[in-house]
Design a protein around this ligand. Structure first.
Ligand SMILES: [Zn+2]
Ligand SMILES: [Zn+2]
Length: 80
């Protein structure tokens, strides 16, 4: 199951499960839309993969399959 991380790894912005701004790569590295566009050029800085919009889990499914609360931040410094 997809891990819905709660924040952008780059700028630490909150990205709740229902956010349309969340972007993920195939390893579930998670960034906000602004960082992907302005700093990362659509490429994951951790693995080099594509960053695409994270699918939103329906609210009724979140009850039994909640989003992650484990924040991941700055494992790799973001490009300026
Ligand atoms: Zn960000
Ligand atoms: Zn990645």
């Amino acid at each position: 199951m997809l891990v819905l991380r709660p924040n952008c790894e780059c700028c630490d912005k909150d990205l709740p499960a229902e956010s349309q701004e969340a972007r993920i790569c195939t390893f579930e590295c998670t960034f906000c839309a602004d960082c992907v566009r302005d700093r990362l050029s659509g490429v994951c800085p951790n693995c080099g993969g594509e960053l695409l919009q994270r699918p939103r889990r329906p609210a009724d499914r979140l009850l039994n399959n909640p989003a992650s609360t484990e924040r991941v931040h700055h494992r790799v410094p973001c490009a300026a």
